[in-house]
Write a protein that binds this ligand. Structure first.
Ligand SMILES: O=C(O)CCC(=O)C(=O)O
Ligand SMILES: [Fe+2]
Length: 344
């Protein structure tokens, strides 16, 4: 195999290119880290069988699913997030094109409705329709990730959700995202766990071609040492990887990750993680004289072409999240190999 044709380094010392705007994506929480909370009993939602949390931000429970070859939706699941100080239940729906929040959550969380810039109507099962005239900014927090999301305010109860939601037809729900993955590791370093999931570890000896690519990567990056590999196969533009950072403890605080891409070119997006507290964020901006949260320097996009090598190192995983968003125009398979080192 020839050496990769392009190397892109992401790390503390490196200048990063200005990129495209960052698209919102589906977040994959590490379910192990989602804390149970029983301080929210007043908001019990018996209909969804949730004992401690309430039904919160709903993505597109009422719109029609997009047309795909497969009638089933590939990612629809529920999880928990923090909205302000409350734990809320959310439904994440990959086929959704709006973010919505129920009227009752808006009043329970004391959120401020504002007129919708583009009011619209959602048809209901009979000939009537529901007018969507207002929206509000919902503060959300998944683990260390915080954001404010504009959500359309929708009168939503269980009837709306069950009748509007395609999950009844699902057979194959997954929280790991719609792409195929495979983990390869040297003997003794097989204990990878991510998003609450422990993949089977294959041996390098089972895949001589992967050993050859590893050799080429070691040659392209003198001094680097990798002993494990996560392979992703994106079958089409609807396969993606959601915003995440590869900050699993087993890789250490400043992991070096070499990412080789083959096949269909796809965009790789990077977004700076928000500072832990608003005070810290303000302090950091002031002291560093930097642009405020959400500024273009906090977002970057790169096109990963066939044969490209991207290297993330330093505090990239601690300070940034990355994703491969869905792209309708990406109409062929892409294989991505991320080589990592599990220190001994
Ligand atoms: O497919 C890519 O380029 C990124 C994959 C990735 O971020 C991962 O496997 O952690
Ligand atoms: Fe990653």
């Amino acid at each position: 195999m020839k050496s990769p044709n392009k190397v892109l380094y992401l790390g503390e010392q490196q200048n990063m290119l200005e990129g495209d705007n960052v698209d919102e994506q589906v977040y994959e929480p590490n379910l192990d880290d989602v804390q149970d909370s029983d301080n929210d009993c007043a908001y019990e939602d018996h209909h969804v069988g949730c004992i401690r949390s309430t039904l919160g931000v709903i993505r597109c429970a009422l719109t029609q699913p997009k047309e795909t070859d497969d009638l089933r939706r590939s990612t629809i699941f529920h999880t928990y997030i923090k909205c302000g100080t409350k734990d809320c239940k959310v439904i994440i729906d990959s086929g959704s094109c709006i973010n919505a929040v129920s009227i009752s959550i808006v009043s329970r969380l004391g959120l401020k409705p504002t007129p919708h810039p583009n009011p619209y109507k959602v048809s209901w099962v009979d000939t009537s329709s529901i007018a969507i005239n207002e929206r509000c900014l919902v503060p959300i927090q998944f683990l260390s990730y915080e954001d404010d999301v504009w959500c359309d305010i929708v009168p939503m109860d269980m009837g709306h959700i069950i009748l509007g939601c395609p999950s009844l037809f699902e057979r194959d729900m997954t929280i790991f995202g719609p792409r195929d993955t495979c983990y390869v590791a040297s003997e003794g370093f097989t204990e990878l766990k991510y998003s609450g999931y422990q993949p089977h570890a294959y041996s390098w000896d089972d895949y001589p071609v992967l050993k050859d690519i590893l050799k080429a990567v070691h040659e392209a990056l003198p001094g680097s040492k990798f002993n494990s590999l996560l392979l992703n196969r994106y079958k089409s533009g609807s396969d993606y990887v959601a915003w995440h950072s590869d900050d699993e403890k087993l890789y250490g605080p400043t992991p070096e990750i070499a990412s080789v891409s083959f096949g269909c070119e796809r965009e790789f997006l990077l977004r700076k993680k928000p500072a832990k507290t608003p005070q810290a964020a303000r302090g950091a901006e002031k002291s560093a004289g930097k642009r405020p949260k959400g500024s273009p320097s906090d977002q970057h996009g790169f096109v990963l072409r066939h044969g490209s090598l991207l290297v993330m190192r330093g505090y990239t995983q601690r300070d940034w999240v990355h994703s491969i968003p869905k792209r309708v125009k990406a109409n062929s398979v892409r294989i991505n190999l991320t080589f990592r080192l599990v220190p001994t």
